[in-house]
Design a protein around this ligand. Sequence first.
Ligand SMILES: [Zn+2]
Length: 148
Amino acid sequence: MRCPYCSAPDSRVVNSRPGDDGSAIRRRRECLSCSRRFTTYERAQLEPLMVVKREGARQAFNPDKLLRGLLLATEKRPVPEERLRSFAYSFEDEVQAPEITSTEIGKRAMTFLRPLDDVAYIRFASVYRDFDSLERFIEEIQGLKDEG
Ligand SMILES: [Zn+2]
């Protein structure tokens, strides 16, 4: 790890402790050359979560894409962006499996949105559940109303 101040290659670890969320180790380092201190974070890197699409193609999970879908669904709705962000960026850790289907991602996102905002839930569902007919879409809205 090069010193960010002078680019010297060597530093010593002054102390180490878990980061705030426990998933990273925070190390305080001191440059052996200029003696300035800086912090590094060490994080376990898992194999990327693979998404299996309906046609069977696979691609690495992209939290930005999930976040974009959630932002679209919640546009002008009273849902704090921070909630969406933390859902999207912790998603990969929550799954705890090497792969997931795109349908399952949609389901989990819907389960997450439902208690937050009915409108956002329906908007998201209409895209991700691929409503095959207007009737099914209406049934879904009706179901929400009945639960009141
Ligand atoms: Zn230095």
